[in-house]
Design a protein around this ligand. Structure first.
Ligand code: FE
Length: 278
């Protein structure tokens, strides 16, 4: 992804890779002294957090505005989403009727008592899902929903999303909440243990008969004190190019935000299209 940009433009990229919260913390404490031009992170919750901390500067780019749908970027140009993932339900086929997990609402239903595994509720992925529930149900409704989901837990939250999927395959729980790319990664794995996990489970895009499935973005913004502002904007425009968008679908197992890009990823093709919560 980075080498192709350098090849096309002659602009070298120095990068530091770390956890999202770690990067934000580091940039926050560096303030104006950071040599960083671009911050690339996942989840609108964290992009919003970086924006609130004043880490980004607004960018106006006809290329980005034209290629990236408005719903996947900040209206003021502080950050842009480049690929999207869905927060989906994975269930054990021998333990659960598909009809029992058709919606997020069903996760809070008494019929799913003792069945659900999830990572921590304070993780950004779950905070963003809760945010969408607040938008749809209001605060009291979303709180009741969250309490219902917690009441249905098979165990206390631990591990990441992949751990929940594996626990479902092992029968330790029957239903997991996970981001789609973790499941797609297992679908593409050649490891027999991963193939076993996929064989025992199935994926549901929740709320297909309602508002649609919650999605979130991987995105980037130009740093407020970017020493190389024009190069930074060029890099973001590159991320919205056909080849870079293809790279996201192939390498990250996320869907490209540019709708005209053809996906060549067997897992994403198998999962098919779905209705997205706007
Ligand atoms: Fe993740």
């Amino acid at each position: 992804l980075y080498a192709d940009f350098t090849k096309a433009t002659g602009i070298r990229i120095n990068r530091i890779e770390a956890g999202d919260e770690q990067l934000i913390e580091r940039l926050k404490s560096a303030g104006a002294a950071t040599p960083a031009d671009v911050l690339l992170i996942v989840d609108a919750a964290l992009l919003w957090q970086a924006q609130q901390l004043g880490l980004f500067q607004p960018v106006k780019s006809a290329v980005l505005d034209e290629r990236i749908p408005a719903k996947y970027r900040d209206p003021d140009g502080n950050w842009f989403g480049f690929s999207y993932r869905a927060r989906v339900i994975v269930y054990n086929k021998a333990m659960v009727d598909r009809a029992d997990v058709a919606s997020y609402e069903a996760l809070a239903a008494p019929k799913n008592r003792g069945r659900i595994c999830s990572r921590s509720g304070s993780h950004p992925y779950n905070l963003s899902l809760l945010g969408s529930q607040i938008a749809h149900l209001g605060l009291p409704g979303a709180e009741a929903w969250a309490k219902g989901v917690v009441a249905n837990f098979a165990r206390a939250p631990k591990g990441g999303d992949t751990d929940q999927i594996k626990a479902v395959a092992a029968g330790e729980c029957a239903i997991a909440i996970t981001n789609s790319y973790y499941y797609a990664r297992l679908m593409r794995s050649a490891q027999p243990a991963d193939r076993e996990v996929v064989a025992k489970t199935a994926l549901v895009f929740p709320d297909q008969n309602g508002v649609g499935t919650h999605v979130n973005v991987s995105g980037a913004g130009v740093m407020k004190h970017a020493p190389n502002r024009q190069h930074a904007i060029r890099f973001l425009e590159y991320l919205a190019s056909y080849d870079a968008q293809r790279y996201f679908a192939d390498g990250n197992n996320e869907w490209p935000v540019v709708a005209s890009v053809k996906i060549a990823n067997p897992a994403l093709e198998a999962l098919g299209t779905f209705k997205i919560d706007p």
